[in-house]
Write a protein that binds this ligand. Structure first.
Ligand code: HPA
Length: 274
């Protein structure tokens, strides 16, 4: 069975269960799932309880949605929905699964989306554990699947919202969490790149590489949502460092860096538009 284009009925059902209608969605990347504990929770829903919603098969991607707000008196964040665990395009080969969180967020009434991921560093000045504001994206697999919808075949020229980016940059300064900026390249996965592929990605301008995020950005832009993205550099790309690259390294580094990530996101979300 395909994944729904329209999550209107599911959104209605979730809202009828008493959760607050969210204004902002946060999608958590590999190993970053703990951020959900920052919320004062008004509801938690297991992803497999949502009709037609895809299930992740990747470890570290437990699927659940959390509703609530972050508060730090006198500030309170807009109402949030946090997606813990995403389903990658490579898991199903169907782009609709990769964009399901965005479609559900849209149906719930969300207007801004903060997308996070774990990514491999390509910029040689990066180190594992660095955070990177995504300034732009590029993709090498435009022909590896259908577009999210027939009227959406291009990545918009301006993928990211300037005001949300400014909030993140200011938050990085104010929390003293170093944040780099760069270009995120999307690859299909699930295998990591070869050293030659990492050299190719560097030659075409990528600062970091990962297997998610770009379909979500395309879909969010198509739906008129405001978007910002932050990568956690969980490892260096193959051939850049001597460490053997494994999924365990990715999630372990993400966990180790999660206090910086949490400090930055908390601060920023308290300042996101209501
Ligand atoms: N390559 C692709 N995807 C990734 C990586 C990587 O090195 N690290 C985390 N996600």
């Amino acid at each position: 069975m395909g994944i729904g284009l329209d999550f209107g009925p599911q959104a209605k059902e979730l809202l009828s269960q008493g959760v607050e209608r969210p204004a902002v969605a946060v999608i958590l990347g590999s190993g970053l799932g703990e951020f959900a504990s920052q919320l004062t929770i008004s509801g938690r829903v297991a992803a497999d309880k949502i009709d037609g919603y895809p299930r992740s098969t990747v470890s570290g991607h437990a699927g659940a949605l959390y509703f609530g707000r972050i508060s730090a008196a006198p500030r309170i964040s807009p109402p949030l929905v946090i997606f813990q665990g995403r389903v990658h395009y490579y898991e199903s080969g169907d782009i609709s699964t990769a964009v399901a969180p965005i479609r559900l967020a849209y149906a719930l009434g969300v207007r801004s989306v903060l997308i996070t991921n774990a990514a491999g560093g390509i910029d040689q000045s990066f180190q594992p554990g660095n955070l990177m504001l995504i300034d732009d994206v590029l993709t090498l697999n435009p022909a590896s699947g259908p577009a999210p919808t027939t009227d959406s075949t291009e990545i918009p020229r301006r993928a990211f919202d300037a005001e949300l980016q400014t909030i993140l940059v200011d938050s990085a300064h104010e929390t003293k969490v170093p944040m780099r900026r760069g270009i995120y390249a999307w690859v299909h996965g699930p295998s990591y790149e070869t050293a030659a592929e990492i050299r190719m990605l560097r030659a075409i301008g990528a600062s970091a590489v990962g297997m998610s995020t770009v379909p979500e950005i395309v879909e969010a832009n198509r739906l008129g949502l405001r978007v910002a993205g932050v990568s956690l550099i969980s490892n260096m790309g193959t051939g850049i460092s001597d460490t053997k690259l494994t999924h365990d390294e990715v999630t372990a580094t993400a966990r180790e860096a999660s206090h910086r990530f949490t400090a930055l996101l908390r601060h920023a979300l308290l300042r996101f538009p209501q």
